[in-house]
Design a binder for this molecule. Sequence first.
Ligand code: HEM
Length: 245
Amino acid sequence: MLRPRPVATETHEDFSEPILPGKGASDYERYLRTDELLALQKSPDERAHPDELLFQTVHQSSELWLKLGTSEVARATVHLRAGEHAAALRLLRRAALCLQFVTAQLDMLEQMSPWEYQTVRRVLGHGSGFDSPGFREVRRVTPPLGEAFDAAVGAAGLDVVEVYVHGREHEELYQLAEALVEWDERITMWRIRHYKVVARIIGDQVVGTQGTPVEVLGKMIHHNFFPALWRARNQLTARAKEEED
Ligand code: HEM
């Protein structure tokens, strides 16, 4: 690989030498702790099947994106409580993007043969996505975000339906409402995609490594974290109809 030559400055500082503390040959490796990161996957001789690298890569990177996404949701909640709506919105946009990435990379799992995956499955023990720290964080940080939003709407003397009806006068609250719906919808989009991946690889009438029937995953698709925001759509449609009559 071509590497740009370090440019010597007047002080003759050698840019090729690391200056950060820690292990690793370069500052890149030290800062990103790549030695540790790249040792977190099974080595070729530890793998029951070569696809374990694919499987571990998708899961481990999902955990990282979820760590970032849920951290941004928690920070957005703090801003929302402080009335800093624009700052909250900026972070919620990032969080939604994290879920988009996690959903997109599920495609990679479908590159595995359903038969060969059975060899991977045998070495997972009772490992199950229900114990994913990333998704546990999603379940932990999402309700307080909803509560902070409800408080902001209440403080403006409105209800959710009014935020939509008078969206132009309450631009930030409207945008926040949509950012929450976006977060909720992206969780569901992940669940839908995950369900199809699971059905395609292990089937839709089997039981998972932790005993959950795959059918239960199908039912979880209907869960909403912010039901009032989804209900508001029905109320808006009913209201429009009333105004027509
Ligand atoms: C070959 C790929 C996969 C298969 C076959 C699979 C299978 C399953 C099954 C069967 C369940 C039900 C629980 C149980 O194990 O008994 C489940 C749940 C779950 N899985 Fe996966 N999974 C796969 C990939 C992933 C990935 C990449 C993630 C991302 C971290 C993930 C996260 C979850 C979560 C969070 C749940 C709990 C259900 C929910 O919150 O909607 N899974 N999975």
